[in-house]
Design a protein around this ligand. Structure first.
Ligand SMILES: Cc1cc2nc3c(=O)[nH]c(=O)nc-3n(C[C@H](O)[C@H](O)[C@H](O)COP(=O)(O)OP(=O)(O)OC[C@H]3O[C@@H](n4cnc5c(N)ncnc54)[C@H](O)[C@@H]3O)c2cc1C
Length: 414
């Protein structure tokens, strides 16, 4: 009997898995459940507030991103029964699966922070982490010419942990180009004890923030947003005033996970094996991307690398064989630093981002601002639509982190 593979979510991870498996096993019946008719290139949302593109320019019809033979159901998952191997949808259907791929990403939870969705939301408090917020923030940025801009990460984990840093750098360049930089104070408020999670990259990024006059307030755990007084208030009583707030809200897994007994953890992410990407809750459930409760970064590059591993393991599982592929946590990020420059970092679960070159000795410079890296960031969108999503492997840029071309450096040497 034809095996039924059900994919929940048609974002980066879901589309990659669907297209890869379609090529690898044309006999497999593949169904995807996704409510949105469009697929959004989320890294583009960083640029919209600075007038560099509209949300619509970063969106394409989802159906056109899927290889023929992948069935798309435009509806939402209501719940999963991991014992009966069924998924219920909000349209009232129940679908059976032999293998389930959870690819429903991370959900923004602004309502979980006291006061964030108060009267200032959409007036002088925004997020660029979803399409509507990013478009609304573009208007606010356009008319902001003096005062204090605060970029605040409420808590980890968040998707693309470098995006709020990139926003701060791009804001610095934006106000400089508009000749109002001396009238705008930019402050980055983070729960981490420094600018970023990885010590080597953090030291370099922290120094860059200092050079650009961006103030960093570390170890600030936002407990409340006082929107009438335009203040962030931390759990331990510290306060930060803002005129324009750019918030990265709390993240959790998709809400249906809490209606699905045994599927998720307390914040609705799915416990998953770091190496095989098989869930720890049921052998026929696999997880890709931000939905997984893993220690790796929540990033599109990670979902891309995971796609190569998870598809091999799913086919082995269906054939009753041991899972052959292992993921090392490889992540790769361009970090826009403004003024047409960017840094590139490449790392995995056990190796920090290091200086050198990627993907080999003659490649792009790592941990170093360069115009080439900025071009790489812009070119990445074309690669996303034409190689990553269609499931085409990119030579030299695979799941295993390359070590050729990399140096080593102690944090104190930076
Ligand atoms: C502003 C911003 C900038 C970023 N920049 C970068 C970058 O430069 N580099 C990088 O690598 N990553 C970046 N990312 C992160 C990257 O976009 C995500 O990590 C990536 O999209 C994760 O893929 P995913 O498939 O796990 O989740 P997503 O792509 O978010 O897809 C999840 C899908 O699940 C669907 N879904 C949710 N609930 C249900 C339900 N109940 N039923 C059915 N479907 C459902 C959603 O509609 C969505 O389509 C950025 C993200 C943001 C927000």
């Amino acid at each position: 009997m034809t095996k039924q593979l059900l994919i929940l979510g048609g974002g980066t991870g879901g589309v990659i898995v669907a297209n890869r498996l379609r090529r690898m096993d044309p006999e497999l019946a593949i169904t995807m459940i996704e409510p949105s008719p469009v697929h959004t290139y989320q890294p583009g949302l960083l640029f919209v507030p600075f007038g560099k593109g509209t949300v619509e320019e970063f969106q394409r019809p989802l159906e056109r991103q899927l290889h023929s033979g992948v069935k798309l159901l435009q509806t939402k998952v209501e719940s999963v029964d991991i014992n009966a191997h069924t998924v219920a949808t909000t349209s009232g259907d129940t679908l059976r699966y032999d293998v389930l791929v959870v690819a429903t990403g991370a959900t923004l939870l602004p309502e979980e922070t006291d006061g964030l969705l108060g009267e200032g939301w959409g007036k002088n408090a925004f997020t660029f982490y979803d399409p509507a917020g990013s478009a609304a923030l573009a208007k606010a940025m356009d008319s902001f010419a003096s005062g204090r801009l605060v970029v605040n990460v409420i808590d980890m984990p968040i998707k693309c942990p470098v995006a709020p840093l990139e926003f701060s750098f791009l804001a610095e360049a934006f106000f400089t180009d508009r000749h109002v930089r001396d009238q705008v104070d930019i402050t980055y408020v983070t729960p981490l004890d420094s600018a970023f999670t990885k010590p080597v990259a953090s030291a370099r990024l922290g120094r860059l923030m200092e050079e650009r006059g961006i103030k960093v307030i570390p170890s600030f755990n936002t407990g409340q947003v006082d929107e009438s007084g335009n203040r962030l208030i931390s759990y331990d009583g510290q306060e930060v005033h803002y005129d324009l707030l750019v918030s990265v809200p709390l993240h959790g897994g998709a809400p249906y996970v809490s209606n699905s007994p045994g599927l998720g953890d307390e914040i609705n992410f799915i416990p998953t094996d770091e190496a095989t990407l098989q869930s720890l809750v049921a052998p026929e459930v696999f997880v890709i991307g931000d939905a997984a409760g893993l220690s790796v970064s929540k990033a599109g590059s990670v979902a891309h690398f995971e796609g190569e591993v998870i598809t091999k393991n799913i086919l082995a599982f269906l054939a009753g064989k041991p899972l052959p592929a292992r993921f090392d946590g490889h992540a790769n990020c361009f970090i826009e630093t403004g003024h047409r420059k960017a840094l590139l970092i490449d790392f995995n679960t056990s190796i920090e981002p290091l200086p050198g070159h990627f993907p080999g000795p003659f490649g792009l410079p790592l941990l170093k601002e360069s115009w080439l890296n900025h071009l790489g960031k812009l070119a990445f969108e074309t690669m996303y639509w034409h190689a990553l999503l269609p499931g085409i492997s990119i030579p030299l840029i695979g799941p295993e982190m390359p070590t050729r071309g990399k140096g080593s450096l102690a944090v104190t040497e930076l």
